[in-house]
Design a protein around this ligand. Structure first.
Ligand code: FE2
Ligand code: FE2
Length: 330
């Protein structure tokens, strides 16, 4: 399969970056549990506030990212044996093509941008993020190969001409997608329709996405404070254009290719319909949004409060919830 012939080398792309060395011994549950804790809880011992955009803010942000690294190895993940109906349910989820492609794009865009960053601390943090996206792709590849899930051919990954734009598209996109993914993951976990071992395997990947968007939200804030005012105008316009592009892209996801390269209509309302395919219970949109908000809060709760959180998706969800409650009352 094409997705297995897949070499990506962050180390070769980003000056100064050394790929993490992963433990080589046999699977050790105690070490895995300890690493999981390390990846979820981090508070700096540096006293005082972190002035956004300051050297301290950047230094602590990058330190958080380094010190919460989880050294799990995709090659030792155990894939549970699935009952036929479980396998059918997992294969039918309309997410695998998009997930593989998203990780493929993310690793390249992050590494391409990291390469251009003059600040060493930030460059290495972004490079590690790219390396982790590649590991996500490895996890997915191992899973789809193991279960024989058919995938469409991956598109060619094109090196971005504007690396900052590409990183921003990926970063903002992760902020929105992760917010919903956190809730959907909880739906899947609660439903009992998927084996617990499979949920456990993807748990560190989910938490890693939380770290990624924590890094991204703070990178945006640090970056905008460290540019001259005339660049700032262009940057804010770029942020606006990214949001327009993401809106368009999400509508565009409705159209995709099937295994034979034919265009097919994929679910463009995965948040709601996706939730329905992950549970046997009837789940309303307000219930789902509330779950996304709770999970978002829970996943970020272990990190230093002085670091900024992504706010757009939670704010929109809160607004939508208020609107839906008012409508229900009327
Ligand atoms: Fe990822
Ligand atoms: Fe990510």
């Amino acid at each position: 399969m094409d997705h297995m012939v897949d070499v990506f080398d962050t180390e070769a792309m980003v000056p100064g970056f050394t790929a993490p060395v992963l433990p080589s011994g046999p699977f050790d549950p105690a070490a895995v549990e300890a690493a999981d804790k390390v990846s979820r809880y981090w508070t700096s011992d540096t006293p005082g506030p972190f002035k956004i955009g300051s050297e301290t803010h950047k230094h602590e942000l990058c330190r958080m990212f380094r010190e919460t690294f989880n050294p799990y190895r995709p090659s030792v993940l155990e894939w549970p044996k699935l009952a036929p109906e479980e396998l059918a349910r997992i294969t039918a989820l309309p997410i695998w093509d998009i997930a593989v492609e998203t990780e493929g794009k993310a690793r390249l865009r992050m590494a391409a941008y990291a390469k251009t960053v003059a600040d060493k601390d930030m460059r290495l943090a972004l490079a590690l993020n790219a390396w982790e996206e590649n590991r996500h792709k490895e996890v997915l590849s191992k899973m789809v190969t193991h279960y024989g899930i058919p995938l469409v051919k991956e598109p060619p990954y094109i090196y971005p001409t504007d690396a900052e734009w590409a990183y921003m598209v990926t970063g903002y996109s992760e902020c929105i997608d992760s917010f919903f993914a956190f809730g959907l993951f909880k739906v899947a976990q609660r439903s009992g329709l998927f084996p617990q071992e499979l949920i456990d395997t993807f748990e560190p990947v989910m938490q890693e996405e939380c770290r990624h968007i924590l890094l991204f939200a703070n990178w945006v804030a640090w970056h905008r404070k460290n540019m001259p005012w005339w660049r700032r105008i262009g940057f804010e316009f770029k942020v606006f254009r990214v949001y327009c592009f993401l809106g368009w892209e999400r509508i565009g996801l409705a159209r995709s290719l099937d295994g034979d390269g034919n265009e097919r209509t994929q679910d463009n309302n995965f948040t709601v319909n996706g939730a329905q395919s992950m549970t046997a219970d009837d789940l309303s949109l307000p219930e789902l949004l509330q779950l996304c908000l709770d999970e978002d809060e829970h996943r970020f709760s272990g990190y230093d409060k002085r670091l900024l959180r992504p706010t757009t998706a939670p704010t929109l969800a809160r607004f939508a919830l208020k609107f839906m409650k008012k409508k229900k009352k009327a």
